[in-house]
Design a protein around this ligand. Structure first.
Ligand code: NDP
Length: 421
């Protein structure tokens, strides 16, 4: 059917690309590009050696911080869709290049600047904090601002097709379509019951992960944000196939888009499970300054502490062989249907070792990479159509939900869930 250009070849991209290669009727050609082309070549070789895919695979070198390099690459590859699985720092440069070339854009995480001390960005950020009431470094305003330009260019931008955001957002559209006339509350519960055996490691890019979990929490209630201190709100929940876990309220990007796109929703919260050891390590690293994102001078050279830490921590992509256990990620909805109160939970359980057996990856990369492929397939096949910038809950959820069942992330609807107080 068409050609996809994937930017990035990290943990998530490795899964998404292998899934694109499985779905070779849709993805006839795949170009993999990042700064380290050897990694892209290794993945190409792995897929070709298995000999199961008819997709033609090519690789290229690109620095996605440069719009000019991206434009040159897109012009030479001529993809139908660009799938951005680099870092959130590159969202805007890749969107600019897609606009310049008239090519559809898909990603899995919203924009965040690499340098949060940049005075120009800081001015806009501080204004937003005051106006909106949440202080996370990432937010949708930067990418939603492309709406008119994408419309005028007649191209689509699909924002946030990982698991959360992504699948959780599609679950919400599905709940609204099939189970509710009105959704009142949404609790998104992200549980990783996996154990990799290291005292401390992150399951996806350490810099992005640690920035997210060390920040203030927040939730949406009655039309505005309520901000909390990091890890201030803790609950326990008994997760199907995982068991009882502590979970903490975090700010998360899909709260922002769901608050905009789900009419009349009164409260949206996001909880993620953490073990005590993870939290103690993180607090210690934060206290000694290792989570700082601004450069410091060390022996006459500038280093960014969190980037140095990333170099010391295990590569998330290397956790696959050693991680055992399951993830359970889903959403609990309360609301009304035909005048009666109802509550449901929609969730997926994913086994780290099963993912490793299939693709050589752990479940966090798997649960993000599979929906990245499905979202891209929705655009490539024209199943989801439109011009402009969209979040995934704005489309018909049914074909995406079928895709989840087909491509390795089957989901369950529990019509009598335990609620979170
Ligand atoms: P990794 O750090 O493993 O991989 C990032 C990739 O991006 C690397 O291949 C890197 O390659 C490439 N990259 C980084 N900078 C550039 C650049 N300037 N130019 C070109 N390529 C670049 O990250 P993950 O795979 O863990 O995460 C990928 C994305 O998925 C992130 O945006 C993350 O936030 C998102 N994510 C979303 C989730 C969701 O559920 N929605 C969950 C987990 C992650 P190289 O250095 O060779 O250039």
């Amino acid at each position: 059917m068409g050609k996809v250009l994937v930017i990035g070849c990290g943990g998530v991209a490795q899964v998404a690309i292998q899934k694109c290669a499985q779905n070779d009727a849709v993805f006839n050609e795949i170009c993999i590009a990042s700064r380290t082309v050897s990694k892209c070549d290794d993945l190409k070789k792995k897929i070709e050696t298995q000999g199961k895919s008819r997709s033609k695979i090519t690789t290229a070198k690109v620095n996605a911080d440069s719009v000019d390099e991206l434009i040159a690459l897109i012009k030479s590859v001529k993809p139908d869709v660009v799938l951005n699985l680099a870092l959130p720092y590159q969202d805007l440069t890749i969107m600019d290049a897609c606009l310049a070339c008239g090519v559809h854009y898909v990603d899995s995480a919203n924009y965040e600047p690499e340098d949060t001390e940049d005075p120009e960005w800081r001015k806009i950020y501080e204004k937003r904090c005051k106006e909106q009431g949440f202080t996370a470094y990432f937010d949708y305003s930067w990418q939603w601002a492309y709406q008119k330009r994408f419309q005028d260019a007649g191209i689509m931008g699909i924002l946030g097709t990982g698991f959360d955001p992504g699948v959780t957002s599609v679950f919400t559209a599905y709940a609204l379509k099939h189970y509710f006339d009105q959704i009142d509350t949404i609790d998104i519960l992200d549980c990783n019951g996996g154990d990799h055996g290291y005292p401390f490691a992150t399951n996806f890019n350490p810099e992005i992960n640690l920035r997210e979990v060390s920040a203030n929490g927040s939730y949406w209630e009655n039309g505005h944000w309520v901000e909390t201190k990091p890890m201030e709100i803790k609950r326990e929940y008994n997760f199907e196939q995982v068991g009882m876990k502590d979970m903490y309220l975090l700010h998360h990007e899909e709260i922002e888009s769901l608050a905009k796109n789900i009419p009349g929703v009164k409260r949206i919260r996001f909880f993620m499970t953490f073990g005590q050891s993870y939290l103690t390590h993180m607090k210690c690293l934060e206290n000694v300054g290792m989570l700082r994102t601004d450069p410091v001078m060390f022996e006459g050279k500038e280093i960014v502490p969190i980037q140095f830490l990333k170099a010391l921590l295990p590569d998330p992509a290397s956790l696959g062989p050693r991680t055992v256990g399951k993830t359970n990620i889903g959403c609990i909805y309360t609301g009304t249907k035909d005048g009666k109160k109802r509550s449901i939970k929609i969730y997926n359980v994913c086994d780290h070792q099963e993912c490793y057996k299939e693709l050589g990856s752990q479940a966090i990369s798997y649960t993000t990479g599979v929906p990245a492929m499905i979202g891209t397939a929705m655009v490539m096949t024209g199943t989801w159509k439109g011009a402009g910038v969209f979040n995934v809950e704005e489309f018909d959820p049914d074909p995406y939900m079928e895709g989840l069942n087909k491509w390795g992330l089957p989901w369950v609807v529990d019509e009598n869930p335990v609620l979170v107080d």
